[in-house]
Every structure is written in structure tokens, then in C-alpha cells.
Design a protein around this ligand. Sequence first.
Ligand code: DGL
Length: 268
Amino acid sequence: MKQPIGIFDSGVGGLTVFREIRKNFPYEDIIYFGDTARVPYGPKSRNTIVEYSVQNARFLTQYGAKIIVVACNTSSAVALEHLQKNFSIPVIGVIESGAEAAVKATCNNKIGVIGTDGTIRSNAYFNAISALFSKMEIHSRACPLFVSLVEEGWENHEVTEIIIKEYLTPLLAKKIDTLVLGCTHYPILKPAIRKIVGNEIALIDSAEALALQLQKLIPKQEIEQDGKDTFFVSDNEEKFRKIASHILGRNIQTLMNVKLGESWYIPL
Ligand code: DGL
């Protein structure tokens, strides 16, 4: 039976993860769910994020997903363990692979981590990096405005430069040599961030790191499908379509609207 890779995110940002997975697995079928009706997850409480994440994962399993990729950093930070305990298929998040890539990249053992409020509040990156090297100096900062800048398509806007500078100056003052882009939207800002931080700082894109980790979980002999993409959103298809073509550099074909509610809900 054909079983797709299932990916979910709070909205469009997870397409940066989809993009990397598609690049690495051209023949796998992929089903993507973006919870555009309930985005953003970043400022929400732990319980709400877990509840939404369970519903999203349950939806993907109903579509026969063989593995669930939690593209959303906030869901990965807050709900991954719960999902791994409650689903019988592998569930993989972006935090661990991002943490591993950062630890490999740093030379001076000073790492900066940026993400949504929810991700930074959870300390998930801090814990994952410390578990790999307990003496690592880690400086974290929530950059909530970055998500809106990307959704507005303002990655080249002068305002974006000013905001990036404002958020990152305290991290640069700590002499970090590695910066984890701990949010689905931030890779889109990579060129603008690069401009502010210069060429000496390694920028860790969790999406790239996750796609590489996935290679270990999905054996090559299983790669026999058509490379079909199916996208679902819970609201606002047209906005999703527009941002998707911007992020992916091509138009998306199959896009459907689905409402997730009680019927997809597993009690916590
Ligand atoms: N997808 C979220 C993340 O990676 C960013 C957008 C949101 O706050 O929902 O953390």
C-alpha cells in the first residue's frame, strides 16, 4: 500500500520543511496539513498546542501517513513527546536535528537560538543542545514579529532589517558563532539575517537538518511512489496558495480545505 510522508504545521511556514523533504525524497508521496485557521501557535498555551497537534497528527494518520513530521517548531517543542506516546507510527520533530546540527557547527561553544514565544518558553532547544554538550553557552530569544514579516512577504523590506537588528543585537553581543533558526518561517529571512550577522556566524536551518535525519528513517527501497503532493489547510486556501508559490517557487496543484475538530480529537 502507498503510504505518504505526513507533515503538519500551524500554517504556511512548514512549507520550508516540505521543500527540503521534497528535495531529498523526490519519489515519495507527501501529504501536508497547514492549520491556517488556528495559526499562530507560537503565543498559545501548552495545552492548546498539544490539543491541536494531536488533531493534526490524527488527521494525517487517517490519510495513511507512515510517518509524521512535525514541521512546526512550536508543536515540536511542546507536543512531540505526547504525540510519540500516543501514535503507533514514528513521529519526528525539528528540534533534535536542529540541535545536533548546531552543536556540530559551533567552534566557540556559544550558540544563539531564536524562535516563537512558545518554543523559547519551552526551553526545548536549550535542553536538546545541553543534552548533547552540557557546557554549551546558549542564548535564546523569541522573535515573534518575524512570522508576520514573512507572511507579509516583507523579507526584503527595510523594516525587516531594523527588526532583525533589534532582536539579534543582544545575541551578537554574546559572541555566538552559531544561530539556530528555530521557527518554520525564519529560513525565508536567511538572506536578511545573513546581512545583519555577517558571514562568520553559522545559520542552522532546522528544516535542512530534519530532511537529512529523515534519510535514516525512510529506507531507500521504500522510495517507489509517484512523488505526489497533497495539501490540506483549515482556512484561507487562496492565501496559502499565494505564499506557497512564493516559498516553493512553483504553483501547487492539489489543495483542499478541511475542518479539524472534536472528531479528530484524542483526549489528553
Ligand atoms: N510554525 C510556527 C513555528 O515553527 C511559527 C508560526 C506560529 O506561531 O504558528 O514555531
